[in-house]
Design a protein around this ligand. Structure first.
Ligand code: PXP
Length: 241
């Protein structure tokens, strides 16, 4: 099973916003990523608009030719934006104003009503929905119970403190989710190094990678950074049974 590589271009916007200029342009970055073979573009429109802004999402919708994955909280504001923009995919993430980045997985049980409301909008518009969750049995089973198409496993714990136990947790989660009929994506904190064992997990079909791609791009250029990730993923795929 090949792996779709989706590049998260949020941090191009972070750099732009540091000076409140028009460059670097995340939309141009998205086009470059597509040119070198990215399978999709991911962006997160946060409530505080700290990186991606509404106009970016609209422009991305116009130019992205692969697939646009809009990460968002399950709020009424974001539901309206997604309904207007119609990305191919929405990924529901938990969001806390004070966090540096998305720090945990979605509380699928506690947030069920908001998730279902978003799901109704997604179904009306033919938008695929993915839930960003920890690799925990309860969250995976609750996601399957909701009937969503996909889950994205939060790889943050594994990436911040790599261990066999964390990798095993991801493997167990991926297997359980796949067995329940869910497509399995993964992301958060992945680098060209730690992505290899994750790409080796047989059930993983998609990776969403942002921060490390933008960091590598500073030294090697964006195109080369994306290609280097693709190479690393290929090395992981070669390790599959
Ligand atoms: N997937 C989701 C759902 C995310 O929220 C993020 C961070 O925005 C990523 C993937 C990418 O994480 P990173 O920027 O650490 O590669």
């Amino acid at each position: 099973m090949p792996i779709r590589l989706h590049i998260n271009i949020d941090h191009i916007a972070t750099i732009r916003n540091a000076r409140d200029m028009s460059y670097p342009d995340p939309v141009y970055a998205a086009q470059l990523c597509e040119q070198v073979g990215a399978d999709g573009i991911t962006c997160h429109l946060r409530e505080d608009r700290r990186h991606i802004r509404d106009a970016d999402v609209r422009r991305l919708r116009e130019v992205v030719t692969t697939l646009l994955n809009l990460e968002m909280a399950a709020t009424d504001e974001m539901i309206d934006i997604a309904a207007a923009v119609r990305p191919e995919v929405i990924t529901l993430v938990p969001e806390r104003r004070e966090e540096q980045t998305t720090e945990g997985g979605l509380d699928v049980v506690g947030q069920r009503a908001a998730i279902e409301k978003t799901q109704r909008m997604a179904e009306r518009h033919g938008i695929k929905m993915s839930l960003f969750i920890a690799a925990d049995e309860e969250a995976i089973k609750a996601s399957a119970d909701l009937g969503v198409a996909q889950i994205e496993l939060h790889t943050g714990d594994y990436c911040h403190a790599p261990s066999e136990a964390e990798l095993e947790r991801l493997k167990r989660g991926a297997k359980l989710a796949h067995g329940l009929g869910l497509e399995v994506a993964a992301g958060h904190g992945l680098t060209r190094h730690n992505v290899i064992p994750v790409a080796a997990i047989a059930e993983i079909e998609e990776l969403n990678i942002g921060h490390a791609v933008v960091a590598d791009a500073m030294f090697m250029g964006l195109g080369e950074a994306v290609c280097s990730f693709r190479d690393a993923i290929e090395r992981g795929l070669a390790l599959r049974d």
